[in-house]
Ligand binder design. Structure first.
Ligand code: NAD
Length: 498
C-alpha cells in the first residue's frame, strides 16, 4: 500500500485533513510509492498555534541547554544516517553516497549551531557616558518558517531550522511535496533530542500552505530556497506582510577554463559538478567557458568520452555516478530544453535523451548531454535547465569570460580554473556572482561562512547559515543604562554623552 505522508505538528505525526494530496514517486522505477497531504489553511494555522505556544519557554531556555538539544540531535542524525540516506535516495533519485553528503552538509550547520551560546552573545560598552553603560542582545524573532526545495531534503531544512531553533525561535518547515519523508523524520529526531513540542513543526503542502504562512502575522520571518519566480513571489508578498524574508532562487553556474589550466584535472572536476546528482543542484556547473579556441577544442575532446562513459544507475546504488531525475515531468522539461538548444543552433555533441536503464525502463533516467556553442540570447542558456546537461560557451579572452557570468540573470556560483594567481584574483574581484571557486568547481562555503547568490539567485540582504544566519534569525535590542547616585534636573538637548 502506498505510504501516506501527513504533517508533524506539536510534537507528533498527524494525518492530513484537507483531502488534497500530491503524488510521491520512486524515480528509479517510475512507480508512485506514496502520497503526501497538501495542507489546508486551518492545518497551517494549527502548526503556527503550536509554535506560538512553545515560543516563550523555548526563547527563555538558556543557550547552553538549547545547544545541548542540537548536540543530541547531531548524534541521533549520525546514527540514523543510513536510514535518512535511503529515504532521500528513494524519493529524490540521487545515489546513496550523494544522499549521505546531503545529510552531512546539513549536519555541518547543526555543529555550527551547537556554538550558539557564543554566537548569540551581544556587545557591551562600559562607561559610554557619565555613569552610562550600553549593551546589546540578540533576541529570537518568534515563530519563523522555512520553505524548502526538493533537491536537498535534509541539508536545506537543517541549514534553516538548525540556526533558527538554536537562536530560540520556533519553526514551521514547509518542505517540497516531492520528497516529504526526510523532513518529517528530522522533526521526529529533534523531539527525541529533547526539543519541546511545537518547537519544530512540518507542514506539507503547496501554494495554499505557503500563502497561509505568508499571511499569518504571527510568522515573523521566512527563509525560502527554490526556483526564482517562486522566490520573488514569496519575497514580495512576505515583505509586504511585514516579515523579514530571504529567498534563494535558481542558478546557472559557469566554470571558466583559462588556457593555462591543468585541463585534465579541470575536466575531471567539471564532470562531477555538471552531472553529479543528475545536475539537480543549485551549485552544479551546467556551463563551461573555455577561453580561446585551442582550449575549447581540447576541452570538448576530453569531455566527450567521459560524458558517454557516465555510469548511470538505480538511486540505491553505491557505485554509480548519477541516478534518475526526480519526476517524469521534470525529465520531460529537461528534454525540451535540449531540443530548444538544438533549435537555437547548438551542436549536440552527446545526446542523453534516449538513455534507458535496463530493468528500470520506466524510471526517470536520462543520459549525460553535452552541447557546444551556447550563446547569450539563447533561451536554453539564459534559463536554468536543472538536469544532466552541460553547455559549452566559447570566450575569446579573459574579459569576455568575466562578462558571461557577470551579465547572466543568475549569480549563484562561478568557478575559474587557472594556474595564474593574479588572473584568479582579478576574476574573483570583478565577477558579479555571490560565491566564487578558484580551482574548486562547487564553491559551497563551509557552515561557519555564509551561503548566498546574487541577482535572481538571491532576494534579500542576508545569507544562509554562518554569522549571517544568526543575524537573520535574531533581532538586536540595545540597552542604555545608568544607575544614578544623584541625577538632578532635566536635559533638553539630545544627550551626546560628551
Ligand atoms: P520550487 O520553486 O518548485 O519549490 C520550492 C518550494 O516552493 C517547495 O516547497 C514548493 O512546494 C513551493 N512552491 C512551489 N510552487 C509554489 C507556488 N506557486 N507558490 C508557493 N510555493 C510554491 O523549487 P524545486 O523544484 O523544489 O527546487 C529546485 C529549484 O531550487 C532550482 O531552481 C534550484 O536552483 C533551486 N535551489 C536554489 C538553491 C539556492 O541556494 N540558491 C538551493 C537549492 C535549490
Amino acid at each position: 500500500m502506498a505510504t501516506e505522508h501527513g504533517h508533524f505538528i506539536n510534537g507528533k505525526r498527524v494525518a492530513g485533513e484537507s483531502g488534497r494530496f500530491g503524488d510521491v514517486f520512486n524515480p528509479t522505477t517510475g512507480e508512485k510509492q506514496g502520497k503526501v497531504s497538501l495542507a489546508a489553511r486551518a492545518e497551517v494555522t494549527r502548526a503556527i498555534d503550536a509554535a506560538e505556544k512553545a515560543f516563550p519557554a523555548w526563547a527563555s531556555t538558556n543557550p547552553q541547554r538549547r545547544a545541548r538539544v542540537m548536540f543530541k540531535f547531531k548524534e541521533l542524525v549520525e546514527k540514523d544516517m543510513d536510514n535518512l540516506a535511503k529515504l532521500i535516495s528513494s524519493e529524490h533519485g540521487k545515489i546513496l553516497p550523494d544522499a549521505r553528503g546531503d545529510v552531512q552538509r546539513g549536519l555541518d550547520v547543526i555543529e555550527f549551531a551547537c556554538g550558539i551560546p557564543h554566537l548569540q552573545k551581544g556587545e557591551y560598552t562600559e562607561a559610554a557616558g557619565p555613569g552610562i553603560d550600553i549593551y546589546s542582545m540578540r533576541q529570537p524573532l518568534g515563530v519563523v518558517a522555512g520553505i524548502t526545495p526538493f533537491n536537498f531534503p535534509a541539508m536545506i531544512p537543517m541549514w534553516m531550522f538548525g540556526v533558527a531553533i538554536a537562536c530560540g525561535n520556533t519553526f514551521i518547515n514547509k518542505p517540497s511535496e516531492k520528497d516529504p519523508s526526510t523532513p518529517l523524520r528530522l522533526a521526529e529526531l529533534m523531539m527525541e533530542a529533547g526539543a519541546p513540542e511545537g518547537v519544530l513543526n512540518v507542514v506539507n503542502g503547496d501554494k495554499e500552505a505557503v500563502d497561509a504562512i505568508i499571511e499569518d502575522h504571527r510568522v515573523r520571518a521566512i527563509s525560502f530556497v527554490g526556483s526564482s519566480d517562486i522566490a520573488q513571489y514569496i519575497y514580495s508578498n512576505g515583505t509586504a506582510n511585514g516579515k523579514r524574508v530571504q529567498c534563494f532562487g535558481g542558478a546557472k553556474n559557469h566554470m571558466i577554463i583559462l588556457p593555462d589550466a591543468d585541463l585534465e584535472s579541470a575536466v575531471n572536476q567539471l564532470i562531477g559538478s555538471a552531472y553529479g546528482s543528475a545536475g539537480e543542484r543549485c551549485m552544479a556547473t551546467p556551463v563551461a567557458v573555455p577561453v580561446g579556441e585551442g582550449t575549447a577544442e581540447k576541452l570538448i575532446d576530453l569531455l566527450r568520452p567521459k560524458v558517454e562513459g557516465l555510469r548511470i544507475g538505480p538511486s540505491m546504488s553505491e557505485d554509480s555516478d548519477l541516478g534518475p531525475l526526480v519526476t517524469k515531468a521534470h525529465r520531460d522539461r529537461v528534454a525540451n530544453y535540449i531540443q530548444m538548444a538544438v533549435d537555437e543552433g547548438q551542436k549536440l555533441v552527446v545526446d542523453g535523451r534516449d538513455f534507458k536503464l535496463q530493468g528500470y525502463e520506466n524510471g526517470f533516467f536520462m543520459g549525460g548531454t553535452l552541447l557546444d556553442g551556447a550563446k547569450p540570447g539563447h533561451r536554453s542558456y539564459n534559463e536554468e535547465i536543472f538536469g544532466p546537461v552541460l553547455q559549452v560557451v566559447h570566450a575569446k579572452n579573459f574579459d569576455e569570460a568575466v562578462a558571461l557570468p557577470s551579465n547572466h540573470q543568475y549569480g549563484n556560483g562561478v568557478a575559474i580554473f587557472t594556474r595564474n594567481g593574479s588572473a584568479a584574483r582579478e576574476f574573483a574581484q570583478r565577477v558579479n556572482v555571490g560565491m566564487v571557486g578558484v580551482n574548486v568547481p562547487i564553491p559551497v562555503p563551509v557552515a561557519y561562512h555564509t551561503f548566498g547568490g546574487w541577482k535572481r539567485s538571491g532576494f534579500g540582504d542576508t545569507n544562509q547559515h554562518g554569522p549571517e544566519g544568526v543575524r537573520f534569525w535574531t533581532k538586536v535590542k540595545t540597552v542604555t543604562q545608568r544607575w544614578p547616585e544623584d541625577v538632578q534636573g532635566s536635559e533638553f538637548v539630545i544627550p551626546t554623552m560628551g
